[in-house]
Design a protein around this ligand. Structure first.
Ligand code: PEP
Ligand code: MN
Length: 387
């Protein structure tokens, strides 16, 4: 993909770029009051607001529609923000561009649909307006990439990916019986250090993979839709910065209690100021020789340990194969549930004694166990074929 560096088209903004504004435009008063509050922070570059709101169920607040474009223009003229709005079809694109909206974004419910994304891309053919593409609702990296590519093929080079978390198959507050190993869904959904249920669990590995494939693509985190409530907004924002995301999109409302959508996750401008003041912005690299040398030496030690780890894993796999052969000779099943439960339990407590995170070690052992079963099944099948 040909991607224009964000610094070229958002000049003068330092990391993190802050995008804020209400989930949805509700009234002229709400837009102007929120914008006035945000202006005081002297930290917000882009004012966002949905005017066409895709809602899960009908009869929810579906946005004010085109009248909201006029309010966005007032916000731009009155406070000097760049403006951003969500578009879901070609008509939205035309109306937003006619109203001189600076940045468009594609919502999570639209990114999942290649027909809709293509319709938007066609409407943008040859118009190099910045477009932010939210991740699709479900954790499918290819769909996210596909949407970015469709736009890029239409000539949109001012592209930004927005990480807003992914659908949780266990919804907050609804828990099934955890069972012996714990409920896998709730393990994914929960921030296990605080038992917080994310509205849309972040699955950080997906934006990291996106960044690995397209290092030049700026990624902005939307902690509001990840968290679903004001709780943990700071923690998620800090994590995004520590992962070197370009910026944050955080919903705000002059009085969140009155919001017609996403009221639990919106901050007042003053609360946003507090959050931003609490963030620690770290740099991605350092020119200090002392720092570089120390980091280099620590990394060498990590390399050594990783070599040992691989050696250990190879020895473990060898033993697993021997066990597979032995089981086959004695006509014993691959899966031995009691042994597996014992492994899980003992390794968890060994790890905990070494202050290694319990969830991490369990995930690791589930992976190892899956590979052991695969290896043993393969060994058994090979021996059966030969005999
Ligand atoms: C929004 O930004 O208000 C919104 C609808 O977000 P998403 O598409 O991420 O659900
Ligand atoms: Mn919202």
């Amino acid at each position: 993909m040909n991607i224009e560096p964000i610094q070229n088209w958002l000049p003068g903004t330092s990391r993190p770029i802050i995008i804020s504004g209400p989930c949805g435009a509700e009234s002229e008063e709400q837009m102007l009051k929120t914008a006035a509050g945000l202006k005081k922070l002297n930290a917000v570059t882009v004012f966002r607001s949905g005017i066409w709101k895709p809602r899960t169920r009908p009869n929810s607040f579906e946005g004010v529609g085109s009248i909201g474009l006029k309010w966005l223009q007032e916000v731009k003229a009155g406070f000097g923000f760049l403006t951003a709005v969500e578009v879901a079809n070609a008509q939205h694109v035309d109306e937003a561009l006619n109203a001189k909206v600076d940045i468009l974004w594609i919502g999570a419910r639209t990114t999942v649909n290649p027909f809709s994304v293509q319709e938007i891309a066609d409407a943008l053919q040859g118009i190099n307006v910045p477009v932010m593409v939210k991740n699709p609702i479900h954790a499918d990296l290819q769909l996210w990439i596909g949407a970015l590519e469709r736009l890029n093929l239409a000539g949109v080079e001012k592209l930004v990916a927005v990480h807003r978390g992914f659908f949780a198959s266990t919804q907050p507050g609804i828990h099934s019986n955890p069972g012996i190993h714990g409920n896998i869904d709730s393990a994914i959904t929960k921030d296990h250090t605080t038992s917080f249920n994310y509205r849309n669990p972040p699955h950080w590995e997906l934006p990291i993979e996106l960044k690995t494939i397209f290092p030049q693509l700026p990624i902005i985190c939307d902690p509001s839709h990840i968290c679903g409530s004001r709780e943990l907004l700071l923690k998620v924002s800090q994590k995004a910065l520590d992962l070197n995301f370009e910026g944050l999109m955080i919903e705000s409302h002059y009085n969140p209690a009155l919001a017609k959508s996403d009221k639990n996750q919106q901050l007042t401008p003053e609360e946003l100021r507090e959050l931003l003041n609490s963030l620690i912005v770290r740099t991605a690299g350092s020119t200090s020789e002392e720092f570089t040398n120390k980091l280099e030496s620590l990394r060498k030690s990590v390399d050594e340990i990783d070599k040992e780890l691989i050696e250990c894993l190879a020895r473990r796999m060898e033993l697993i194969e021997q066990i597979g052969i032995y089981k086959q000779e004695n006509n014993i099943t691959v899966l031995q549930l009691e042994r597996w439960l014992e492994i899980l339990q003992t390794r968890t407590s060994w790890a905990e004694a070494k202050s290694i995170d319990k969830e991490f070690i369990q995930k690791l052992y589930k992976l190892l166990h899956k590979e052991s079963i695969r290896l043993q099944t393969e060994v058994m099948n090979e021996r059966i074929e030969k005999s």
